[in-house]
Design a protein around this ligand. Sequence first.
Ligand code: FES
Length: 109
Amino acid sequence: MAYQRHFFVCTTQRPPFGKPSCGAQGSAAIVAALVAELDERPELAGTVAVATSSCLGPCFDGPTVVVYPEGTWYTGVKPEDVPEIGEQHMAGGEPVARLRNASLSAAPK
Ligand code: FES
């Protein structure tokens, strides 16, 4: 079995002044919710992974999630968005169009 998709969540934490960070904008809750979505789908074990990352770039728009290999970016992700990502993207393989950051994402296939 080979991994088909990785969900990387930025967890960079900066002080509450200056440049914003995903950690300060609640990315830990996004990581926890994505892991819970994965845990609810044992059939995805070994094919889909959730991992944390350092800064991915769009710090002002966080929390940021990037999904590889297809290069889908989600920015401003809220915990209430995660069930839809779990069902449609983790399990179904289709990015959630309403949450996808079109200016950062690779063109849909
Ligand atoms: S701090 Fe998360 S993208 Fe930069």
